[in-house]
Design a protein around this ligand. Structure first.
Ligand code: HEM
Ligand code: HEM
Length: 214
């Protein structure tokens, strides 16, 4: 379908509420990463522990930020779950990343909606991993309780650590794609709006849904 030309206006992309929740999630996640790795990689990162009040302070900050992360995931899940439904265009996008997502000037397929396939994958990985972090983290927290079945804690501990490495890698890709990897995107999470031409070129399917695009 042909995409209409863009008026020179700003379009609301992220509400105040969504932006606030997103940045609180970022703070909680980064605190959990910093304290988690400071506890895990003692030989290299233990110098970070005093910033969080020593080893016990780091565990406390980690547990609290982890619970905060899990709580904040609930509103962002409900705010974005419909926009994150997978489409045939998303499958096409992830199969053709070389043509559509390797350089900042490349643009996604013409039917790309509010989020592209890569963003949807990151969203679902984030939601599912937070649930797993929560379950495995609570098992870790309650590992010495008499009711904890033997063998559960070592499995959960390894899962928690491996997932931490995977999601920290995913976060680096997310930060790159949300800033220099797709110019104009970062501003939308700060001031809430994008230019109409950004929407037309970067998310043509969403642009056509908007009044200005009709
Ligand atoms: C979602 C809620 C989360 C909860 C409830 C939680 C809870 C915990 C607990 C209780 C520990 C054990 C601390 C100790 O006694 O030494 C731990 C360790 C750890 N967590 Fe989390 N966590 C959560 C999220 C995360 C996230 C998001 C990351 C990083 C992406 C992460 C990375 C780590 C790492 C690397 C360790 C290993 C520390 C060590 O080996 O001593 N956690 N977590
Ligand atoms: C700390 C640096 C971060 C920056 C600069 C950043 C930036 C952004 C931006 C600009 C968007 C909007 C994308 C769009 O409108 O198309 C976004 C969306 C999103 N952010 Fe972040 N974010 C950061 C941290 C995080 C963290 C720690 C998480 C959770 C682990 C997270 C999860 C998400 C998710 C799930 C989305 C929607 C899907 C996507 O765009 O990939 N962000 N972020």
């Amino acid at each position: 379908m042909e995409t209409p030309s863009a008026p020179a206006t700003e379009i609301v992309r992220h509400s105040d509420f969504v932006r606030t929740v997103h940045w609180l999630i970022a703070v909680c996640f980064l605190l959990a990463v910093a304290t988690g790795f400071a506890l895990y990689w003692v030989s290299i990162l233990s110098w970070m522990q005093p910033f969080f009040g020593g080893p016990y302070g780091s565990i406390g900050v980690h547990f609290t930020s982890g619970l905060g992360l899990a709580l904040l995931t609930i509103p962002i899940f409900f705010a974005w779950r419909k926009r994150m439904r997978w489409t045939a265009t998303d499958s096409y996008f992830v199969r053709h990343l070389r043509e559509h997502a390797m350089r900042p000037e490349q643009v996604p397929p013409n039917d790309t909606g509010f989020f592209n396939g890569g963003q949807k994958m990151f969203f679902w990985a984030f939601v599912i991993s937070t649930v797993i972090f929560l379950i495995t983290g609570l098992v870790w927290w309650w590992r010495r309780e008499p009711w904890m079945p033997p063998g559960v804690y070592p499995v959960c501990r390894t899962t928690h650590r491996v997932l931490a490495v995977i999601m920290t890698g995913g976060l680096l890709v997310h930060i790159y794609k949300a800033t220099i990897g797709e110019p104009g995107t970062f501003a939308s999470m700060v001031k809430g709006t994008v230019t109409a031409s950004w929407a037309r070129v970067r998310r043509p399917g969403w642009f056509r849904e908007l009044d200005g695009g009709k």
